[in-house]
Design a protein. Structure first.
Length: 205
């Protein structure tokens, strides 16, 4: 998998007596059925001011590839309800999210590694929080770890603060990506496997 993308399509006109009506002509050049996705950069030359303004808006920063210089600091925290410890670590030029089982036996607490993934995408503008996506066997999965700006700290992602939380097994499908990515397309006839054609603008402060 190379990422995530959605190509907008025009709704088909409803057939009348079995005959499909032709699409109405429009004065706008980007509404034709043969129009291809070109991405935000193609607009910059003629609309530099609008492009820059959009990049600083919440929507313009709703999803991006990981940039270690912009991410919150490394940390670790325990989640007693699920008996898990979560770690955020920078390693080998990547940000890693790790899930460990808290043990009360002979093994030291936090030494039983359950899963770890390099983070691929950050979701959210950061005004309230930052959620993260990892890639597992070609599928995009939500990380159980989220950064909350109000407390300036890492915590459990929404819906994970429970004894039987999903860990790294919550799939991220088209219904999530269509609001955050410029384009996303499911690949290989699988709902949560995606392909990327450069989906987001770079994050800006």
């Amino acid at each position: 998998m190379q990422g995530v993308t959605v190509e907008p399509t025009l709704p088909a006109a409803a057939p009348l007596n079995g005959v499909r009506s032709p699409a109405r002509k429009s004065e706008f050049l980007n509404t034709g059925p043969d129009v291809k996705y070109v991405g935000s950069e193609a607009c910059r030359n003629c609309h530099a001011e609008h492009t820059e303004t959009f990049r600083h808006s919440a929507m313009g920063r709703s999803m991006a590839e990981i940039d270690l210089t912009r991410e919150p600091p490394d940390a670790a925290f325990d989640h007693p309800l699920s008996k898990r410890r979560y770690e955020v670590r920078r390693r080998d030029g990547k940000m890693w999210h790790r899930e460990l089982l808290l043990s009360s036996g002979s093994a030291a607490p936090g030494e039983i590694l359950l899963a770890e993934f390099p983070v691929k995408y950050v979701v959210g503008s950061g005004h309230h929080s930052l959620t993260y996506l990892v890639e597992a066997d070609g599928f995009l999965m939500e990380s159980p770890v989220t950064w909350y700006r109000s407390g300036e700290k890492w915590g459990m992602s929404p819906g994970y603060d429970a004894p039987e939380q999903l860990g790294f097994q919550r799939e991220t499908g088209q219904s999530c990506l269509i609001c955050h990515a410029g384009q996303s397309r499911a690949g290989a006839a699988r709902r949560h496997r995606g392909r990327d054609r450069r989906h987001t603008a770079a994050r800006s402060d």
